[in-house]
Design a protein around this ligand. Sequence first.
Ligand code: SF4
Length: 453
Amino acid sequence: MNIKTDLEWLLPELIEEAKFFTNAEGLEILHRHKKSENFDDEIEINGKIYSYSSPADFADETEKKRYEKRYAKLALYKALSDYLSEKLPWGALTGIRPVKFAYCEGENWRAEMGEVLGVSDKKLDLVSRIINAQRGIYEIKDGNCDLFVGIPFCPSRCLYCSFVSSEIGKAKDVEGYVSALVKEIAAAKPLIKNLRSVYIGGGTPVSLSISQLSRVLDAIGEVNCEYTVEAGRPDAISDDALRLFKDYGVTRVCVNPQTFNDETLKIIGRKHTAKDIEEKFESVKKYGFDVNMDLIAGLPGESFEDFKRSVEKAAALSPENLTVHTLSLKKGSILKEKVERLPSGEIEKMIDFSVEKLTESGYEPYYTYRQKYMAGNLENTGYTKAGKACVYNVDVMEEIADNLACGANAVSKKLFIRENRIERYGAPKDIATYIEKIDRIIDEKNELFLKNG
Ligand code: SF4
């Protein structure tokens, strides 16, 4: 496939969008854009010309660019959809937060997403169910905030991982990292007004030693709201760690199997079996934690039947939350080097099955997001049992509360509600740089959070 456009800055996104179509390989595509009274976009595919005209109604340069992008992508979607007789589940909707898009569109969201952007009824129903499930949690209010604490270490590296996480056995200065993190948490606490949740994520937080974990939990201190630890890989969760979490008031633990297929676990670089996952799940439940489990659709070598068995197994264990991811082949993952394309039809069947099976098992979808490079242009969806939706996930996905994020590569967000904008602060990815610059990081983050909105 070869794409040319006169909006050069948009080329990578147009290529990405076209790649979601199964048969776009080998096409010669030209995009021409001009602004008269309207935005006129012309798409030429192997000599066949499609023309579209959309209202050029914008307040400033930023909005102009946003609409240029939206209409050019919409034109490409419509032209490819017609040329290849293929529709995509999310139509021409781009961006990672479909539910946030719906909230922003207001009462008209269904028409805007369905009729204008071509989102399928199936996905519109998903968005509608999520909006319902978020009732009682969804709230935009000054001072609402969540605290995130990042531990970028893992026992070993998973094949599909693109996250900046180091193997704990090879990491140089874990103690130094914990010290810098503890300092950052202590400096963040006075900035908290109305804390809605705490989330210790990774990496795999339980790859730290018990004494290192205690230092982190001590720094966080007493928590009187939802408190999650993404324990992650079952092979790293110990009884000592679970007891420690209980003592510090943790309420929710993530145990992430990804699959219950032993063969696949080996292929993706996990050093545990499906049986270990079940045993670990039982021990986590013994402590009375709510549990989240992650599954991935589209793992290498997995058939629909393999995935179906994993969903059935997870539903039978009946954790409070279940998250179904679609494999995303991101740059930086070992898998990206090995697999170029995954069959999207098969993955769509997997995702459809998970919706059906989990609904039947008493779960409701409560958040969803999309990523780049996702197989079949699908999504990741979190499911919950009634009354157990994770506040942190809703706040982060819909961007409705400040996020005070501590740790290397952590991105803090401060909402300026009246100005309808968000400012971000990203800490350095590199652990040595993070340790070295911790005082500056604290100062810069303080400055952001002390600004008046
Ligand atoms: S556990 Fe998560 S962060 Fe760690 S290597 Fe695997 S995918 Fe990456």
